[in-house]
Every structure is written in structure tokens, then in C-alpha cells.
Design a protein around this ligand. Structure first.
Ligand SMILES: C[S@@+](CC[C@H](N)C(=O)[O-])C[C@H]1O[C@@H](n2cnc3c(N)ncnc32)[C@H](O)[C@@H]1O
Length: 183
């Protein structure tokens, strides 16, 4: 009887450990800390990316949703953010709702390495170099011809930028570099 109980307890423990591992894998790896792009630079990123009304854009690791919101509100694009962090996903989704932008803006709660970007006209990223290295093969596989990518501060190694823009001072004493790529 005792042996049976021990076997059942051990099996339950194994299931819990396996489920926890699976959940962690499903959620994804945290590829960059939350460090928002200043609004003035957000506008420059979307301008550099040549975002037009009705085009589809994705911000990978969308933080508080500021890039997605500006893309939908000011550039009239169809904008999607991808965010791993639950509270940032919630905060940005609520802001989109409060602004009445649900038809043209949304945030996916998930891993940016597990999404489909084949419909994207423009991708924006503000990620660490190690994260960009993981993302690059996915973009090479999925992006359609002519799709643009704008990277903030960290370039995509191995890709040749079509244009680079240096901003000496964003108004708060910070300098930024933007890179435009075209597939
Ligand atoms: C440097 S912040 C950039 C935020 C926003 N794009 C901006 O420029 O203001 C990077 C964001 O990526 C998110 N992130 C990190 N790893 C992620 C992953 N695997 N999938 C989705 N988002 C992720 C972080 O939570 C954070 O909000």
C-alpha cells in the first residue's frame, strides 16, 4: 500500500516538473529588458520605414505599445505588437482599447520568435544584439520581398542597411542610431 502511494506521489511530481518545463518553453525566452524608445524617435523610426496608410507593421517586443499606437493613430497603418511580459501586454492592450484603436491595433501576448511575419510591410525592433541574431533567420525565412525593417540602436549583423540615421540628441541628451533594411 505504502509503495503504491509513493509511486503515485512520484508520478505526480514528475508530471508537475514536466508541465512547468513545458510552460516555460511555451512562454519564450526574455530577449531584452523593457527600455522604451522616446516618442520623438518612434516617429523617426516610422518615417524612416516609410510606413503608409493601410500597410501592416509589427513591433517585436512592443513594451507599452507606443510604436504600435503611433503607427495606427498617426500613420493609419494596421499595427501589431508582440509582447512576452504579461503586465506590459495588459497595459498596452488597455491603452489601445481606451483610444478606440482596436480595429487597427492589437498586441499579441507571446514570444516574438514564434510568430508569422509573412504579411508584414514594416517590422520595427529595439532588441539586444543576441536577440537580433536569433530573430534574423526567422525574418530571412518569412519576410516578403520589399518588406522593410527598422532597427533602433542595434544593427542586424550580416544585413546591409539601405540607410542609417544618427540622431545626436533626442531632447533628453540621448543619441540614437536607426537602421533601415529592405528585403
Ligand atoms: C527594449 S524594449 C522595446 C519596447 C518597444 N519596442 C519600444 O521600442 O519602446 C524590448 C521589449 O521586448 C520584450 N521582449 C523581450 N523578449 C521577448 C520575447 N521573447 N517575445 C516578446 N517580447 C519580448 C520586453 O518585455 C520589452 O518590452
Amino acid at each position: 500500500m505504502k509503495a503504491k502511494l509513493w509511486t503515485a506521489a512520484l508520478a505526480a511530481l514528475c508530471c508537475t516538473v514536466l508541465l512547468a518545463q513545458e510552460n516555460q518553453q511555451e512562454e519564450g525566452e526574455r530577449l531584452a529588458p523593457y527600455y522604451p524608445t522616446p516618442e520623438t524617435i518612434v516617429e523617426k523610426m516610422l518615417q524612416l520605414g516609410g510606413l503608409k496608410a493601410g500597410e501592416k507593421m509589427f513591433d517585436l517586443g512592443s513594451g507599452d505599445g507606443r510604436i504600435v499606437i503611433m503607427a495606427a493613430q498617426r500613420f493609419h497603418a494596421d499595427a501589431t505588437g508582440v509582447e512576452l511580459d504579461e503586465s506590459l501586454w495588459k497595459q498596452s492592450s488597455e491603452r489601445i482599447k481606451a483610444l478606440g484603436l482596436q480595429k487597427t491595433a492589437r498586441i499579441i501576448k507571446g514570444d516574438l520568435l514564434r510568430q508569422d511575419y509573412s504579411s508584414a510591410d514594416l517590422i520595427t525592433i529595439y532588441l539586444l544584439p543576441s536577440a537580433i541574431d536569433k530573430l534574423r533567420p526567422l525574418l530571412e525565412k518569412q519576410l516578403k520581398k520589399g518588406a522593410r525593417v527598422v532597427a533602433h540602436d542595434f544593427p542586424i549583423t550580416g544585413w546591409e542597411p539601405e540607410k542609417t540615421e544618427d540622431i545626436e540628441d533626442d531632447g533628453e541628451g540621448r543619441s540614437h542610431t536607426l537602421y533601415l533594411y529592405r528585403r
